[in-house]
Ligand binder design. Sequence first.
Ligand code: FPP
Length: 257
Amino acid sequence: MALGPARAQDPARLGEAELLELVRAQPAPAHIAIIMDGNGRWATARGLPRIAGHREGVKTARAIVRAADALGLRYLTLYAFSTENWNRPEDEVSLLMRLLEESIYRELPELMARNVRLRVIGRPTGVPLPVRRGMDHVARATRDNTGLTLLMAFNYGGRDELLDAFRALARRVRSGELEPDEISESHISRALWTGDVPDPDLLIRTSGEMRVSNFLLWQIAYTEFWITPTFWPDFDAAELYRAVAEFQRRTRRFGGV
Ligand code: FPP
């Protein structure tokens, strides 16, 4: 099917393949970040235990990595576990950790086949050793892949990330390597866990909450937001492409006119 410019199409009426064709015809965003929310409510609405929602959530994450790859995205950041998530009931946290440990090893062959590189951002301390080992193993095995970079935010907090960056810069100042007045935005960006990764162009949050939840606080200064009421287990490639189509229709002014 021949498609005209994105402006002439109504993404709400198109299926996955047409949407992909539509968004691929326009400049794609380089980096999409996603706050995956609503696993628990998805399960509760079906009379299932919350862990059943997380299990479905892992399947959605897999589908979205495939969709991002098909889109030619350079970076996809998924908020998998925040520093605040430890406050959940102990049994949910331990089932979730076991699920993540199992999933990470299972995904390795597909990540390799798709040339995807996994990077983990967050504080390693406090993460159960088997989960940490799994993530380190997959990050190491995929280190030289050159396709999509998948950043998994795990035990991640935006303020913790900024604290670490400020401490690292303070140490450089104390050692005499850097003058306080020389500190620029790019020094701060480079000192973050995301380092050389470009800021997200688009931030998606599922399940309708209108919050940033301590995610990528510095990096989202000029990021476009797209919030959907869909619970994460029901989010799919078509909805991702609809979000991208909407992003492509917006004009980003970066504070200008
Ligand atoms: C979101 O729903 C759940 C999380 C952020 C926890 C972990 C995420 C997954 C298992 C999905 C994919 C995983 C990976 C590793 C990419 P919630 O429990 O906050 O839902 P609620 O707000 O309805 O309670």
